[in-house]
Design a protein around this ligand. Structure first.
Ligand SMILES: NC(=O)c1ccc[n+]([C@@H]2O[C@H](COP(=O)([O-])OP(=O)(O)OC[C@H]3O[C@@H](n4cnc5c(N)ncnc54)[C@H](O)[C@@H]3O)[C@@H](O)[C@H]2O)c1
Ligand SMILES: [Zn+2]
Ligand SMILES: [Zn+2]
Length: 348
């Protein structure tokens, strides 16, 4: 088969590789019908994730059709349409028993396209298949479902649920990339009074508006703190979310929240950020961090299936699998191309 293979920093090739096969009885082999690229894949290509070694097939998001199951798989059969989640779960360890699948100690967690071959291929081996896939409801399209592999559960769990967004809250989301935009969609489920989106790129702020942000702020030009103060009677936001992954925006998220409020960090950080305890010890803040667990995926599937959540506007560019290298090029130049999520589908 063909797959998108990582060959060290900056090198990725759509090339021939051996077909995957069942290695453990709990494995399934899934034919990839729809797949996308994540910002994390760009971090891998940038050399930021050294555990990813030469020859690894990238990708941790897919919708596909089961072609083969191991003898220990109980709930899937060939022909089933499934979502392949970014997080794999052994289902037995203390974290899986607590639905903290991202922290799985039994060989799961984020492993696809990281520690084992991933989804950017014509077929993928999915370990612990019963616990690591979700059936696609009949009326839900592959592309709507694909957005539930990573960005929606991340934004909902690590942003909205960790941040305890409540009706009438004023929510500030810093960063309007795919994760920040998904956080807007997910926050709207809780009926906040205002969602404020902050970014440096006007194109991303236009997208934020289209996704339902009430106020958009270009923090390169405008005074975010003053705007949030005006909106909140000087108090600060009820919830702030950090969806960039740099020290400055984490510190901004802490500075913009009201006493008693919640700061939900979503961004992946590579550098230390300063926590101004001298300012905040008195403020009764709750600050949360998290890796997505994907425990909310069934909830999100129900919302998409019932028409309460529409993820379709997230996809800006469409390709077939053989155009994978071009898709990477378009996605990695998001500033020029306006790409949010790219969709790749099997050619026929
Ligand atoms: N916690 C998790 O489980 C998890 C899962 C997936 C992704 N992430 C992380 O979430 C973050 C966002 O992901 P993404 O795919 O949307 O990334 P992205 O790079 O596409 O988007 C980041 C956005 O932040 C904006 N930005 C950059 N600097 C800024 C600044 N100083 N102020 C305001 N905005 C600024 C950029 O213009 C861009 O629109 C990343 O750090 C990613 O690694 C976390
Ligand atoms: Zn991802
Ligand atoms: Zn586990």
């Amino acid at each position: 088969m063909k797959a998108l293979v990582f060959h060290g920093p900056g090198k990725r090739v759509w090339e021939d590789v051996p077909d995957p096969h069942i290695q453990d009885p709990t494995d399934a082999i899934v034919r990839v019908d729809a797949v996308t690229i994540c910002g994390t894949d760009l971090h891998i290509l940038g050399g930021d994730v050294p555990e990813v070694t030469d020859g690894r097939i990238l990708g941790h998001e897919a919708v596909g059709t089961v072609v083969e199951v191991g003898s220990g798989v109980q709930t899937l059969s060939p022909g089933d349409r499934v979502l392949v989640s970014c997080v794999t779960a052994c289902g037995r360890c203390r974290y899986c028993r607590d639905t903290s699948y991202g922290q799985c100690l039994g060989g799961g967690g984020w492993i696809l396209g990281h520690l084992i071959d991933g989804t950017q291929a014509e077929q993928v081996r999915v370990p612990f298949a019963d616990n690591s896939t979700h059936r696609v409801p009949d009326g839900v399209s592959d592309e709507q479902m694909l957005m539930l592999a990573d960005i929606l559960p991340t934004s909902y769990e690590v942003g909205v649920l960790n941040g305890r967004v409540k009706p009438a809250d004023i929510v500030v989301i810093i960063g309007a990339g795919p994760i920040g935009l998904a956080a807007i969609l997910a926050a709207k489920l809780m009926s906040p009074s205002h969602i404020v989106a902050v970014d440096l790129a006007d194109s991303r702020l236009d997208a934020a508006k289209a996704f339902g942000a009430d106020v958009v702020v270009n923090s390169g030009r405008d005074d975010v703190a003053a705007i949030v103060r005006d909106l909140t009677g000087g108090l600060g936001a009820d919830v702030t979310m950090e969806a960039v992954g740099i020290p400055a925006t984490f510190e901004q998220a802490v500075a913009l929240v009201r006493p008693g409020g919640h700061v939900a960090n979503i961004g992946v950080h590579g550098k230390p950020a300063t926590l101004h305890l001298e300012d905040i010890w008195i403020k009764n803040l709750t600050i949360t961090t998290g890796l997505v667990d994907t425990y909310s995926t069934p909830t999100l599937i129900g919302l998409v299936d019932s028409g309460r959540l529409d993820t379709s506007s997230m996809i800006t560019h469409r390709f077939v699998l053989d155009q994978f290298e071009e898709a990477y090029d378009v996605f990695s130049r998001a500033g020029e191309t306006g790409a949010l999520k790219v969709l790749l589908t099997a050619s026929s």
